[in-house]
Design a protein around this ligand. Structure first.
Ligand code: HEC
Length: 191
């Protein structure tokens, strides 16, 4: 009897606290997925067009200039803060934070367990000193086209090698093969 008397108010408390957050998290996850899909479609389209027009060395500019602009536009429209991060980063600013590092590791484990890399994502609500923060990470799987700039360093074209060496002297983002998770698209928003 005593156990019940204690458990019931605890359950109610937990229930009341969890439900609105869970609903909010589900809605934010939907909206993050839509934002990610739109952004990646735009970026992918521009990358392919630039590759077709001038080859991979010329397309580096799309990744360098356009990717952050496309992300900033989507961020302004949706209120998400958006970045790309990778444990083997090319842009010095793309270093993952602790949550992103754990997220990528967990997405990699799910992929190893058989999930398709194209649809891999996850979200969480984390407590911060400033309040609750919604976080979302989508896996960015390495496709064949990515290998032009992220593949085996010896197989990159000499133009790409030269451009990467001057623009990204601390580049770690080579040596990938198809199917590996190149990094994550990371979004967050206060809730
Ligand atoms: C034409 C060359 C090129 C191709 C093709 C390319 N990238 Fe990149 N990628 C870059 C460059 C350059 C950067 C650094 C951009 C910057 O300065 O923010 C980058 C950065 C990234 C980042 C951000 C993290 C980091 O390392 O800085 C991710 C994630 C990424 N690329 C994934 C991909 C994926 C996935 C593909 C294939 C769908 C791809 N890239 C194709 C050149 C390329």
């Amino acid at each position: 009897m005593k156990k019940f008397a204690l458990a019931l108010p605890l359950l109610l408390l937990a229930g009341c606290a969890a439900t609105p957050n869970a609903e909010k998290q589900a809605a934010l996850t939907d909206s993050a997925r839509q934002t990610a899909a739109g952004l990646l479609q735009t970026l992918g389209g521009e990358l392919k067009a630039a590759m077709a027009a001038g080859g991979p060395a010329a397309a580096i500019g799309v990744c360098k200039e356009r990717a952050p602009k496309i992300a900033a536009e989507a961020a302004q429209k949706t209120g998400f803060s958006i970045k790309r991060a990778s444990p083997k980063n090319r842009n010095p600013k793309a270093v993952p934070d602790a949550w992103e590092t754990a997220a990528q590791a967990s997405l990699e484990a799910r992929m190893a367990a058989g999930e398709k890399p194209e649809t891999l994502d996850m979200s969480a609500v984390v407590d911060t000193p400033e309040g609750k923060l919604f976080r979302y990470a989508k896996a960015l799987p390495t496709q064949a086209v990515c290998l032009n700039c992220h593949g085996d360093p010896d197989k990159l074209s000499p133009e790409v090698q030269a451009k990467l060496a001057t623009e990204y002297p601390n580049d770690k983002a080579v040596g990938y093969s198809t199917g590996m998770i190149r990094g994550v698209l990371s979004m967050k928003k206060a809730m």
